[in-house]
Write a protein that binds this ligand. Structure first.
Ligand code: ASN
Ligand code: ZN
Ligand code: CA
Length: 331
């Protein structure tokens, strides 16, 4: 019988955190036995296989800097743990496939690799070290984003192209952000920005903005007939924007010290119903009504059906879903 342990980690982006570990003789492996046996591996700049499983002598991991080889592993392990806990707490779901089995994570992929990704073939998350090998792509929202590609793959399986691809990407941003809020981590608090801790451009800007996606210079704020031709990380914009409007409503608002200003297509006012209900509606739509070919018009119907199931067809929540989609020009 494996000995379940709890180690302490100094992460890059989330401060001091707990990590699930497993005793291995007198040492410790970075295996989270209480969350399906999630393992965190060090690729040590390789790009194939699993490299080596992180192991430590005193169960104290990382030092909060990219110079320590364990630090990115701490963030990846913590991100997988918080995502696992969020799925369980919000949806009663036992892991990506709802079978109690964990994915695994690999860090230090390649050299100065500025990305992270989910792979269906390994059922695993992989993280590069970012610019200069000093900005690992392991923040909480990005970990939640990548793991949620696994969730989408095992549920609606939204095809990763055209409008369905944008909805696939938005699903990962929505749940990635929800994980950040769920974790309530003081060093990496919840917001409606994606990847704000990584500083991928060196000017402090996030990867994506959910209140007004076009602030990234590429994403669409509203649905249009040309949306399907955009890169899926930009055609996610209207659905991310829908989620923000449904959660928080339109207009200017400061939340947790971050200023947002969310416009609507026709200037209409949307009143938010709160993030928790918005998350429940998206999850129910994803797992019950969306399929691989769902487009934006279908996603509207899927979320209206989900809102009907959860709150009733005459509920304010149903009306808010309708209003939020109109706010991004989906009618
Ligand atoms: N980080 C990217 C994503 O998860 C990788 C990709 O383009 N698939 O969307
Ligand atoms: Zn993605
Ligand atoms: Ca964020």
């Amino acid at each position: 019988e494996e000995q379940i342990e709890t180690g302490t980690g100094e992460s890059m982006y989330s401060g001091s955190v707990s990590v699930g570990t497993t005793a291995n003789g007198s040492t410790f492996d970075l295996i989270d036995s209480v969350r399906g046996g999630h393992k965190t591996y060090n690729l040590n700049h390789g790009t194939t296989g699993t490299g080596t499983l992180f192991n430590d002598a005193d169960d104290k991991w990382g030092d909060g800097t990219a110079g320590n080889v364990q630090t990115a592993g701490v963030d990846a392990a913590y991100g997988a743990a918080m995502t696992w806990d969020f799925y369980k707490s919000a949806f009663g779901r036992n892991g990506i496939a709802n079978d109690g089995k964990a994915a695994y994570s690999r860090v230090h992929y390649g050299n100065a690799y500025v990305n992270a990704f989910w792979s269906d073939s390994c059922f695993c998350m992989t993280y590069g070290d970012g610019n200069g090998d000093t900005h690992p792509l392991t923040s909480l929202d990005v970990a939640g984003h990548e793991m949620s590609h696994g969730l989408t793959s095992r549920t609606a399986n939204l095809a990763y192209r055209g409008e369905s691809g944008g909805l696939n990407e938005a699903t990962s941003d929505i749940f990635g952000t929800a994980v950040e809020w769920y974790a309530a981590n003081t060093a990496d608090a919840g917001d409606y920005l994606i990847g704000e801790k990584i500083d991928i451009r060196g000017n402090g800007s996030p990867l994506r903005y959910m209140d007004k996606p076009s602030k990234d210079g590429n994403s669409a704020d509203y649905w249009s007939t040309s949306l399907k031709r955009l890169n899926v990380h930009y055609s996610s914009g209207p659905a991310n924007h829908f989620f923000y409007l449904l959660s928080e409503g339109s207009g200017a608002k400061t939340i947790g010290g971050v200023s947002y200003n969310s416009p609507t297509y026709d200037g209409s006012t949307v009143t938010g119903i709160g993030r928790d209900k918005a998350v429940q509606i998206w999850y129910k739509a994803l797992t019950t009504y969306m399929t691989s070919s769902t487009n934006y018009a279908d996603a509207r119907l899927a979320t209206l059906s989900a809102a009907t199931d959860l709150y009733g067809a005459t509920s304010p929540e149903f009306a808010a879903v309708n209003a939020a989609w109109a706010g991004v020009n989906v009618k």
